[in-house]
Design a protein around this ligand. Structure first.
Ligand SMILES: Nc1ncnc2c1ncn2[C@@H]1O[C@H](COP(=O)(O)OP(=O)(O)OP(=O)(O)O)[C@@H](O)[C@H]1O
Ligand SMILES: O=P(O)(O)OC[C@@]1(O)O[C@H](CO)[C@@H](O)[C@@H]1O
Length: 305
């Protein structure tokens, strides 16, 4: 089974405006509410790929009720911990060619609520994969993901982590199945600027040296890299109208992990991950299975090392 952990789920309030003028009253052309949060997005794409997952996380308040009602339309199995605080609302503004995001902090999580989630993680067994992604709500320690990773490994299962900074580095010695920084996050991790693809590959290899099993580096409209100890692969990002790239990275993780569990083939998994990422960028909501199949045909994976 695949479990996703979204410590800080959200209602994504996606607003389309012709133009955004700060300091003025702006009115939307369209607005939609989506059940958001990185792990939730991963579960939704896995569902489109015909793969079952269980979404774990903290959900609370009337916004939490609305979040669950929105998610109920997507046939994702859930097992949330109910919390006293309100699930956050994240605002995504699409205006002219720019996407601006304002993400809420999320509810405070009590020690009892945290324990309830850790207890769920104790259920995992060999063959399971736990995917943890996204920011942590306030009051959860920075080592929350590390705590989870330790439980998962002790149970003989695998984990995937999509976070940044020290929280990511701390889990590397426990051998995450895959990590997926985008190229900006990767540069920030090493406090550098990349001059070329080789710089990116070298940085990704440092994360492999520290323990990651596979390193994906996403580069939005410039495609992505899959870096292994001895080889590197690149894929293109097809050109189309970008409708909403929120969740493209999560979609890539879902495609990669879901395919890897079925095929054990990292290159095929990379191809499918890239298809899911681009298909989401070309969709208003996350990608559908039909869109993923269509986009898959337009992606080529090239061995560059
Ligand atoms: N504009 C785009 N055109 C085509 N493909 C895209 C575009 N944006 C993203 N993708 C695909 O999706 C993958 C993941 O996107 P991206 O690099 O933006 O991840 P991310 O920064 O983690 O995004 P997010 O946090 O919004 O989920 C890219 O590597 C690419 O394959
Ligand atoms: O604030 P975080 O947890 O870092 O990111 C949350 C978020 O921006 O990530 C998803 C897209 O990746 C959205 O559904 C959600 O709003």
């Amino acid at each position: 089974m695949i479990y996703t952990i979204t410590a800080n789920p959200s209602i994504d309030y996606v607003l389309q405006l012709r133009q955004l003028t700060l300091g003025e009253v702006n009115r939307t052309e369209t607005d939609i509410k989506l059940p958001g949060g990185k792990g939730i997005n991963v579960s939704r794409i896995l569902q489109q790929l015909g793969l079952e997952s269980v979404a774990w996380g903290f959900v609370g308040g009337s916004t939490g009720d609305m979040f669950q009602a929105l998610l109920a339309n997507h046939q994702v199995k859930t097992d949330f911990v109910s919390v006293a605080g309100d699930t956050r609302i994240n605002v995504k503004v699409k205006a002219t060619d720019e996407e601006t995001e304002i993400n809420g902090q999320g509810p405070a999580i009590s020690a009892t609520e945290k324990k309830a989630l850790l207890n769920k993680v104790q259920q995992v067994t060999k063959g399971d994969v736990v995917i943890m992604s996204g920011s942590l709500p306030p009051q959860l320690d920075n080592n929350f993901y590390l705590e989870i990773a330790k439980i998962v490994i002790a149970q003989g299962a695998e984990f995937v982590i999509d976070t940044t900074g020290q929280a990511l580095l701390d889990t590397l010695p426990l051998h995450p199945l895959v990590i997926k920084p985008n190229h900006h996050e990767l540069a920030e991790l090493f406090q550098t600027n990349f001059q070329d693809t080789q710089d990116i590959i070298n940085a990704a290899r440092k994360l492999l040296d520290q323990g990651a099993q596979h390193a994906l580096v996403s580069m939005a409209g410039a495609g992505a890299l899959l870096v292994t100890k001895n080889h590197a692969y690149q894929c293109n990002a097809p050109k189309d109208i970008v409708k909403n790239s929120v969740g493209a990275g999560d979609s890539m993780i879902a495609g990669f992990v879901g395919t890897l569990m079925q095929t054990q083939d990292p290159i095929e998994s990379f191809h499918q991950g890239a298809a899911c990422g681009s298909a989401t960028a070309f969709s208003e909501d996350l990608a559908t299975s039909a869109k993923i199949k269509e986009v898959y045909q337009k992606i080529t994976v090239t061995k560059i090392q």
